[in-house]
Write a protein that binds this ligand. Structure first.
Ligand SMILES: Nc1ncnc2c1ncn2[C@@H]1O[C@H](COP(=O)(O)OP(=O)(O)OP(=O)(O)O)[C@@H](O)[C@H]1O
Ligand SMILES: [Mg+2]
Length: 227
């Protein structure tokens, strides 16, 4: 099991402005943390910082363990669906049984009939499903998901949520960004609410939806908050 993720005074400047402002966070090593907040709040930047893809301007991040991320806009290799998945599988704990695991995972995400198709010709939602399978094939202890169902239909959304929940049950730490309040209610153990790069609220999911403590979160949930 991965250690808890900790940040102290985490700050990121970009384009001459503070985009992430002195965040002190401790995320439990288990369960699902959902990050919410309006467009431009800094959610994607925070995920990239936690995953180590960008360096903070100041402050510290402690986050260890095998990690994988599904990006808001997934990038597919210029190869077939199957080759995209095999590429990841051969680098993870399923390397010895990559071909079988690949078939199994493609069936699970309903892309088994598309195995030979170029991955870049998949629809947006299909690419997101493949991106999730690719991330899971690395056997992550921490899985970062940036709006993984933003362009999916309701059936595909529930399929992704089921896969995410199964990973959480198998003790993968999930850190998920979403604007979908239903999804947050279904999956979250705790909520982090960001606004303008600042941490407004970090509470248990049940408390957040029952009675958000910050004025910003109340306004957001009521559809009244813009950056
Ligand atoms: N490289 C950069 N240079 C300048 N500004 C940046 C850079 N990257 C991000 N920003 C700005 O930082 C802010 C936070 O961006 P981020 O992508 O984290 O938002 P977000 O909360 O994920 O929003 P969304 O819900 O739209 O995905 C935005 O205002 C964005 O324009
Ligand atoms: Mg984003």
């Amino acid at each position: 099991m991965a250690d808890p993720i900790r940040t102290t005074a985490l700050t990121l400047k970009a384009g001459g402005e503070d985009r992430i402002r002195a965040l002190d966070l401790t995320l439990s090593a288990r369960g699902t943390t959902v990050i919410m907040g309006p467009n431009g709040a800094g959610k994607s930047l925070l995920l990239r910082l936690l995953h180590g893809l960008i360096a903070p301007t100041s402050g510290t991040i402690h986050s260890t363990g095998r990690q994988a991320m599904v990006f808001q806009r997934p990038v597919m290799l210029r190869r077939s669906v199957e080759a995209n998945l095999l590429f990841a599988l051969r680098r993870g704990p399923y390397a010895q049984d990559a071909e079988n695991k690949c078939r199994e995972m493609l069936t699970e995400i309903s892309l088994n009939t598309r195995a030979k198709q170029p991955a870049r010709s998949l629809s947006g939602g299909e690419q997101q499903r493949l991106a999730l399978a690719r991330a899971l094939s690395l056997g992550p202890e921490i899985l970062f998901l940036d709006e993984p169902t933003a362009s999916l239909d309701p059936t595909a959304t529930l399929a992704i949520e089921k896969t995410v929940q199964r990973s959480a049950d198998a003790k993968t730490k999930i850190i998920l960004v979403t604007h979908d309040q239903g999804q947050a209610r279904r999956l979250a153990d705790e909520i982090i609410f960001l606004h303008n790069g600042q941490l407004c609220e970090h509470t248990l999911a049940a408390e957040f939806f029952e009675a958000p403590t910050s004025q910003q979160a109340r306004a957001y949930l009521a559809g009244q908050l813009v950056l």
